[in-house]
Design a binder for this molecule. Structure first.
Ligand code: ADP
Length: 453
């Protein structure tokens, strides 16, 4: 048996044993007490009956008759004179009986009294009834009854109790074993499942559990296993993507370096190749920088230091920064933002969000289009919209564009220097600000990113 069921079982067992022991003891004592009480009062009544007969006619005949009546029973009658000397006895008077008779109180009420009730120690229980004729004590009727009868009765009772206790004990053990199984079996299953999870086997299946705390625990373990499985897959995919992303520029660099090193390459070609090598290494270092950034975001080791920022000058500065690149691509960039609009953001980190989105808008749009950045306050939230008239994103790709390394058109975006990491960084940064980001797009009409803070 495992430990927890043993513990619960023992605890149950102990509690029930104590309860049952106490109630059995009480019941046992009660029964004995009432049985002894019955015997005692029956004895006293019998004595009183003899006394009544004697009070009606105190004669030799009557006395003999009473003695004869008692001679064949397990009770014994002794009649004494007022001074205590024995007048008649139905059987032999033992020393113990004499001692009991001596213990009679001086005054005995007419309804009689119990003289000995210690059925455990004494050989007899005893009662006394005074015979009063003409308001004078004419004698005493002592009644004795051997305690053997009570002892037999009680030993019979004890045997019944023992049998009942044994039976209930067996029954109890069976129930406890069954109950602890019901309670602990799911726990054992879960512990086995968690052990398997920690060994890397994430395909846990737990049996259907009841809707209670144990059921909740089981559900939590299942969710945990699923999450771990997802994380593991994600990590594997991520590592595969990283090595792929790193390999491509490295292949270019190595290939062009090889050609450039050849003696027969003229200096014009050499310059060309060096230019390509330079471009590729710029891409590579950008990729490494982004990866590093993502790792920091994942670890939560970066801190967002929010400040109250006035948005109009903030966005004006950012747009001034990117304007030359847009001008070069013959694109117009417009800002709609009213004065005195504030938001609590980390200015440096949020600038990266906007720069990434504007960079995408520029990369994926054609010349002679415009990009609109509009900032509003709606229901206490700041709404930032970045809208372009570019090539758009196909609907099937929309749900995935925030994923790492996800690019819609792999070959084209690579030539534009995209790594597929930009939007996943944007999303993480916006969420770190407590905000949300959404995208809507229609191919060849344009894309809109909405940030709510
Ligand atoms: P990348 O570095 O490749 O731009 P992102 O994570 O920033 O990576 O974007 C993921 C993909 O989403 C891009 O490869 C591109 O296909 C698409 N995308 C992002 N922004 C836009 C946009 N404004 N217009 C059209 N496509 C976009």
């Amino acid at each position: 048996m495992n430990k927890i069921s043993l513990k619960i079982g023992l605890l149950f067992f102990l509690a029930i044993c104590i309860l049952e022991g106490i109630s059995m003891l009480l019941l046992h004592n009660n029964i004995i007490h009432s049985r002894v009480h019955e015997e005692l009062s029956a004895l006293q009544t019998r004595g009183n009956n003899h006394r009544d007969v004697l009070e009606a006619s105190f004669q030799e005949d009557t006395v003999m008759h009473i003695a004869m009546m008692e001679a064949r029973t397990d009770t014994q009658v002794v009649l004494t004179r007022p001074d205590g000397s024995i007048y008649m006895s139905s059987n032999k008077v033992t020393d113990e009986m004499k001692r009991i008779m001596k213990s009679k109180p001086k005054r005995v009420p007419h309804e009689g009294a119990i003289l000995e009730e210690d059925w455990k120690q004494a050989a007899n229980i005893a009662s006394v009834s005074p015979v009063i004729i003409n308001q004078k004590i004419a004698g005493y009727v002592y009644m004795f009854q051997t305690t053997q009868k009570i002892k037999d009765l009680i030993s019979g009772l004890n045997q019944h109790f023992l049998l009942a206790s044994l039976l209930s004990l067996i029954f109890m053990i069976i129930i406890i074993i069954f109950l602890t199984r019901v309670v602990t079996l799911p726990l054992i299953k879960m512990s086995e499942a968690t052990k398997r999870i920690s060994k890397g086997d994430l395909s846990v299946s737990l049996p259907k559990l009841a809707k209670d705390e144990i059921g909740d625990l089981g559900e939590a373990i299942k969710v945990l296993a699923n999450d771990l499985e997802m994380l593991k897959n994600e990590r594997n995919e991520f590592l595969a993507s990283i090595s792929h992303e790193l390999r491509t520029p490295l292949t270019y660099i190595k290939g062009y370096a090889d050609i450039a090193r050849r003696k027969d390459t003229n200096s014009e070609d050499k310059d060309n190749y060096l230019e390509i090598i330079h471009e590729e290494s710029v891409k590579l270092s950008k990729l490494v920088k982004e990866l590093f950034h993502l790792a920091k975001l994942d670890e939560n080791s970066f801190s967002i230091e929010k400040k109250e920022v006035q948005l109009l000058p903030y966005f004006q500065t950012i747009i001034e920064k990117v304007a030359p690149a847009f001008r070069e691509n013959k694109m117009t960039i417009l800002l709609e933002c009213r004065d005195h609009l504030y938001a609590r953001i980390d200015p440096t980190r949020f600038e990266q969000v906007i720069l990434n989105l504007l960079d995408n808008a520029r990369k994926y749009s054609e010349p002679n289009t415009k990009i609109i950045v509009s900032v509003h306050q709606v229901n206490g939230k700041v709404h930032i919209k970045i809208q372009d008239e570019g090539k758009g994103i196909p609907e099937s790709d929309l749900p995935r564009i925030f994923e790492r390394f996800y690019r819609v058109d792999k070959s084209r975006t690579r030539s534009l220097g995209g790594s597929g990491l930009g939007l996943s960084i944007v999303k993480q940064l916006v969420e770190a600000h407590g905000g949300t980001i959404q995208v809507t797009s229609s191919p060849n009409a344009g894309t809109t990113f909405d940030i709510f803070l």
